[in-house]
Design a binder for this molecule. Sequence first.
Ligand SMILES: [Ca+2]
Ligand SMILES: [Ca+2]
Length: 282
Amino acid sequence: MIMKVKSHKNRQMVLSKQITTKEPVKGVLMSYTLTDLRIPLSYEVSLTPITNYGTGNTVTRTIQYSEHQVCGFEDIRICGFTQDRSDVFDWTRQNHLTQNPKRSVNTGPDTDRSGTKEGFYMYIETSRPRQAGDRARLLSPLYNVTAARGPTGTNRTPYCVSFYYNMNGKHIGTLNVLMRVKSIAIVDSAVWTLSGHQGPEWRKADAELYPSGPFQVVFEGIRGNGFEGDIAIDDVSVTKGKCKQKDSVDKTAVLSGTHQSLHLLPVIVQLLGTICVTFLLR
Ligand SMILES: [Ca+2]
Ligand SMILES: [Ca+2]
């Protein structure tokens, strides 16, 4: 695979490199980290597959710097999320490969939101010993916001929490998203809620928050009336500003090569001037 990275502004080549993949496995996520990219410039990344039959078509896309990160729970550190200790049980990190083979197939997602066997998600396991009404809360890192004045909150800065949920099963309880503001006391306020079976697909949700000070986003899963009630979440982001109608990062670029196609995933992680591009062979 040949990777070329150009500055989007002046089309200057930043990097041109041949990446050798050991034994590319269908459906396995590959990643390559680009360093020394500058914030807040955007870059054009091209990938050209080289197969035994020659060079395939090049796929190009522009990577734009974004302040927010999407947490796909791929790393064991789960982007700084933590388990609440004051609830009844915990969220579980899992992917297709670590699913219990004896699990009920009538609940939970088959894979994470990216559709790969390796991709992780967080979910609540509602089998025994769980009982109806048991709660598990997952806490986001603390977002440091300067406290806004005014009792009405009109001067407050909006934040948008975006995430994907999977609520599949006849005993699905409730998924709540709460905003936890820590001042003198801890105050939780509801920002989003959904109950009951929503089908086997991952669905996207956006909710706006108007925090009065430093806040955490809390995902609260409540067990329903039976064990076919696993609720899962994936690809969570918290962004300053109102929620946008359409999220451009959801677009995928598909290339049809001669014998294989490249499917660029929208996962672009921005960390300290490093851009990690992940891609997947289909
Ligand atoms: Ca994931
Ligand atoms: Ca817990």
